[in-house]
Design a protein around this ligand. Structure first.
Ligand code: SF4
Length: 577
């Protein structure tokens, strides 16, 4: 082993034989996820094996070899008839040979061979046999440690080292069944790659110039059921928003204990197991104990603080190291062509969604449509321009042109029964000057927090983007990806709530001469609408898979990473139905 090389984990050879891409994701990109199968495997090793009556001489010993460049932890080492034998335990079933004989799977075989050679070196005695115990079948496969086995191990190590040197992810496994049992499927997104770059849904490949007044395609579930659903459709955990100033978040064992007050001032205590939490967002001056922060960090649950006014203040990074993953992002996003291509797709998607929304919400009302016809034309021009823009500066121009037209048209999509105080007077921010703008800004801040913690949780570096420039403390990548979700995650449900007269012009807002912001009651209402929207489903145009908006944010970030990980052209295909 050369000194600058880390030893390979024996487990990584197991992954290598399962799927080279799995090896690459785990060993090069340092992405490791535990799914139910992984937890079940850990339970087997922690709870079942210690009760195993075939008591070994050594159990769960860590061994390493500089000569082989390997390190690992073998389940058990036993002496039988005066000879050492390496044992591995597996939860599942064995492989069967032509005559139904018990065999070890190739990935298990290479793993036990590696342990056998490490034991040979460590104990200074030849080990001629390894055994793999399959607990579901209750059988043991014997693995001979002969010349062939040693050659196979050398080749495996060589291949592992080769893959460590490459910068591109290996292709997805040709055997789709492997992916169904792979813990990294939600990261790898194999089905998205297998679908190729052809969007399934016709409407989404249309350029805006083809978008007629009725022209958005509603057939977005058309492909449901055609592909395996390896990317989870719904969030399995909840985001905890803590809004009251006197709230205190503490810890009791593996549970977060939240003490707060309801709107009537009555004290309320909630206990939430950490496994059910994906993030804690503290709005205002609620307190969190160091013990609770430790618990969140250990479980990769991010903690974020927002001001009462809705400004993002700070957050803990719920992200493991993943240095290689970030280096690849840095390198890729330094390429100006890549930056421009991504920025063009992003701005095109954003303007197209705004335009579709405007067309949809004024459909069926001749008066409304006529009143925004000028804005619609302006947005169509901006959309057309965005497809050929050659610099970020010019893209910013088209984006700004579309945004001005879009926000100027918003009053036309509000119902006549909406109180005049809730009708926006243009777009104002820092500070918002009317109630509608206060609501817009608050929701954007919530979206910012969501995109930031999602990017961190999957190992992307938020500071390194492709469209926004690093001018403020806000990380450019977060600002970039937010553009894809402003309309569908916040503006649409917000306008819906305004049209349903859900807002009280006095109780839900605090108004001064200088600015408008949300009251405590207003914030709670906004949070409920935002969280409800995150749990609504939308079909992704590329895969056709219907999933919640919160999962769509994660999916788009993962597709963005694919732009520099061997499968470009999938990012920012998201559109409104
Ligand atoms: S999901 Fe499939 S292609 Fe991706 S790493 Fe797992 S087995 Fe390999």
């Amino acid at each position: 082993m050369t000194p600058d090389r880390f030893p390979l984990r024996v487990m990584s050879l197991h992954a290598l034989f399962y799927c080279e891409r799995l090896f690459y994701l785990e060993e090069v990109e340092e992405i490791r996820l535990a799914d139910h199968a992984v937890y079940a495997g850990r339970r087997l090793h922690e709870q079942i094996l210690p009760l195993d009556d075939e008591s070994p001489e050594h159990r769960s010993i860590e061994i390493a070899s500089e000569t082989w460049g390997l390190t690992g932890k073998v389940d058990a080492v036993r002496k039988r008839d005066g000879k050492w034998i390496a044992y591995e335990h597996k939860r599942g079933r064995c492989m069967r040979g032509e005559r139904n004989e018990v065999l070890a799977w190739p990935s298990d075989r290479i793993q036990v061979i590696a342990y056998a050679v490490l034991i040979s070196e460590c104990f200074k005695e030849n080990v001629h046999e390894g055994r793999v115990r399959y607990h579901t079948d209750n059988v043991t496969a014997i693995v001979r440690i002969d010349e062939q086995a040693i050659d196979d191990l050398k080749l495996a190590i060589q291949r592992g080292r080769q893959l460590q040197e490459t910068t591109m992810r290996p292709p997805v496994a040709s055997n789709e069944k492997l992916c169904n049992r792979c813990s990294l499927a939600p990261v790898c997104l194999p089905e998205e790659e297998r679908l190729g770059n052809q969007p399934i849904i016709d409407g989404c490949s249309k350029s805006d110039l083809e978008i007629s007044d009725h022209g958005f395609n509603d057939d977005t579930d058309g492909s449901a059921g055609r592909i395996p659903k390896l990317f989870p459709s719904v969030r399995s955990k909840q985001t905890i928003h803590v809004c009251t100033p006197k709230a205190r978040i503490g810890r009791s064992d593996q549970t977060l204990v939240i003490q707060s007050e309801d709107l009537s001032g009555k004290s309320v205590t909630q206990k939430i197991p950490i496994q059910e939490v994906d993030a804690v967002v503290i709005h205002g001056y609620g307190q969190i104990t160091t013990q609770a922060i430790h618990l969140c960090s250990y479980h990769e649950v991010s903690v974020q603080w927002m001001s009462f006014g809705g400004t993002f203040v700070a957050g803990t990074a719920a992200s493991p190291g993943r240095v290689q993953q970030r280096i690849r992002q840095y390198k890729a996003l330094q390429d100006e062509q890549m930056q421009m291509r991504l920025a063009r797709s992003l701005v095109h998607a954003k303007i197209e969604m705004q335009l579709r929304y405007l067309l949809r919400s004024t459909r069926g009302s001749k008066g409304n449509r006529e009143s925004v016809q000028k804005e619609i034309e302006c947005m169509r021009q901006a959309l057309k321009g965005s497809t050929t823009a050659e610099s970020c500066q010019s893209l910013l121009g088209f984006e700004g042109m579309a945004a001005r037209a879009y926000f100027a048209a918003i009053p036309s999509v509000l119902s006549v029964s909406v109180p005049s105080e809730l009708v926006p007077k243009g777009r104002s921010k820092h500070p918002p000057l009317d109630r509608f703008n206060a609501l817009l800004s608050y929701g954007y801040s919530l979206l910012y927090g969501l995109v930031e913690r999602t990017a961190l949780s999957i190992g992307l570096e938020p500071s390194f983007g492709f469209y926004h420039r690093p001018r403020s403390s806000a990380p450019p990548l977060v600002l970039d990806v937010m553009e894809l979700f402003r309309t569908n995650i916040w503006e649409i449900p917000l306008i819906g709530s305004v049209n349903r007269l859900q807002w009280h012009v006095n109780d839900d807002f605090t108004v001064t001469n200088q600015k408008v912001w949300l009251s405590d009651a207003g914030r709670r209402k906004a949070l409920a609408i935002f969280e409800e929207r995150l749990n609504e489903k939308h079909a992704h145009p590329h895969t056709g898979q219907s999933m919640t908006y919160s999962r769509l944010v994660e999916l788009e970030l993962r597709l963005l990473e694919k732009e520099w990980s061997g499968h470009p052209g999938l990012f920012a295909k998201l559109r409104l139905r």
